[in-house]
Write a protein that binds this ligand. Structure first.
Ligand code: SAH
Length: 353
């Protein structure tokens, strides 16, 4: 028998699904029904799709894989109700996602890869390198599984969990198409943020798509030398190139850039550092998000003192730059990227040995 690679049905757009149904000799409206079960009713399995004939469901089982996760751990913060979910993927890999409740709605922070190959010095997600890219359906499923579990609508999605989204570019774009599709969850593009460490050619490619999503750039330093010491990607693209790419993103999309700046004591948190940052980004339509670094035990980076963080912010604001200090959500539950997954891998590893 011919070995046909099975397509992942939850990663297909409505148009692609219609083509598939046509190729199977099915009526096009079946695509609409399947799509609704997957992306609106958030079905976990084919068995739930009660208005679709068994014969068609059997053909789907044969031809397509159906992405569903096993929820293996949930941690809830006693401080602010933030929840961290650990999911097991069909191939046994694990990913983590975070659910946060804000006044303006529920927000989910998702992972875009299993592991990461960017090597940022302060980040726990990259310590073991990249395992693989996540499929569009595997990015969606993080949101769907959390929606099923909480019973509450998600209104904001940030791609700021484990992985570098622009290193998984095509799957990321397909994910955004599905997430914002009016036939699916229909989350507004304006409520989607993609965070990147700054892969310049991909930033231009993204700008060309003219989406209304927010691009967050992980800056963390205002000189090339300092940035290189924190982020290996800075050896490939200098700040000058990066700023040009940011300006282009704004020109093409009209969307203000968010700069993320993690404050590390004694590394990048003085008012001198703030002055350099001002010189770098002045004139750009942007917003700065200050994040006191979340220390990981594998590295000896220390969080800046509150006073230094406030002074840094005041300095930016005095120069007309909009800045906020990121509220630290879920500090008591391995809040920093990749920490929960790492802990799980370590613990299960210990169990086996
Ligand atoms: N790869 C993407 C998205 C994932 S990281 C990126 O680099 O933007 C999401 C954000 O968390 C980035 O700004 C990243 O630099 C930051 N981050 C990672 N580990 C951190 C830590 N321990 N403390 C504070 N911020 C951290």
């Amino acid at each position: 028998m011919e070995n046909i690679e099975r397509r992942d049905i939850k990663s297909l757009t409505m148009a692609q699904l219609k083509e598939e149904m046509e190729a199977l000799g099915e009526k096009p409206f079946r695509a609409g029904q399947l799509y609704e079960w997957m992306h609106v009713k958030l079905a976990e399995r084919y068995e739930e799709m009660t208005n679709i004939p068994h014969k068609l469901l059997d053909r789907c089982r044969e031809r397509y894989t159906y992405t569903a996760f096993k929820m293996i751990r949930i941690q809830e913060s006693k401080l602010d109700g933030t929840r961290k979910y650990l999911f097991m993927l069909p191939d046994g890999n694990t990913v983590e996602s975070v659910w946060m409740r804000y006044r303006h709605g529920n927000s989910v922070c998702i992972s875009s890869q299993v592991g990461c190959r960017m090597g940022c010095r302060f980040c726990a997600s990259t310590l073991d390198g990249l395992e693989r890219n996540l499929l569009p359906s595997e990015m969606l499923e993080q949101i769907y599984a959390i929606t099923r579990h909480t019973g509450e609508r998600v209104s904001n999605v940030v791609v700021m969990g484990t992985g570098e989204p622009l290193d998984n570019f095509d799957n990321l774009l397909q994910f955004i198409t599905l997430l914002t599709d009016e036939n699916g969850l229909h989350i507004s593009q304006r409520n989607v943020t993609v965070s990147t460490c700054g892969i310049v050619p991909r930033m231009y490619q993204l700008a060309d798509r003219q989406l209304q999503i927010t691009l967050a750039l992980s800056l963390h330093a205002a000189t090339d030398e300092k940035r290189q010491s924190l982020m290996p990607v800075a050896n490939r693209y200098c700040l000058h190139e990066l700023m040009e790419a940011c300006a282009c993103y704004f020109e093409k999309t009209g969307r203000r850039i968010t700069f993320e700046y993690s404050l590390v004591k004694g590394v990048n948190d003085t008012t001198g550092d703030a002055q350099q940052l001002i010189r770098l980004i002045k004139g750009l339509n942007c917003h700065v998000n200050l994040i006191p670094v979340n220390p990981i035990k594998e590295r000896d980076y220390i969080q800046s003192e509150r006073r230094a963080v406030e002074a840094f912010k005041a300095c930016l604001e005095k120069n007309g730059i909009n800045a906020t200090i990121r509220r630290e959500m879920g500090r008591d539950i391995d809040g920093a990227c990749g920490q929960l997954r790492r802990r799980h891998i370590k613990e299960t590893h210990l169990c086996r040995s």
